[in-house]
Design a protein around this ligand. Structure first.
Ligand SMILES: [Fe+2]
Length: 78
């Protein structure tokens, strides 16, 4: 088994997700004026608009990608 392949594949999935969220936001300009109201605000945070929520989710995917890429260079056992 090559764990690096798994981390690389996961990083690629995260990268794809980030770009899909970015496209989604551009396809819905009306979300810029749509307030984000949710019972999960305490968990997910407050955002000025629904567009900001999806931008944040896209950013989270980038962080996940970087975490996977960081694992690529690490030894398998510590
Ligand atoms: Fe993710």
């Amino acid at each position: 088994m090559r764990p690096a392949w798994s981390y690389r594949l996961n990083a690629d999935f995260e990268d794809h997700a980030e770009h899909e969220y970015a496209i989604l936001v551009t396809e819905h300009p009306e979300w810029e004026d749509e307030p984000f109201v949710s019972q999960f605000t305490a968990d997910y945070g407050e955002y000025a608009s629904l567009a900001d929520v999806f931008r944040q989710i896209g950013h989270d995917e980038r962080v996940h990608k970087r975490e996977s890429e960081a694992q690529l260079g690490r030894p398998r056992f510590h």
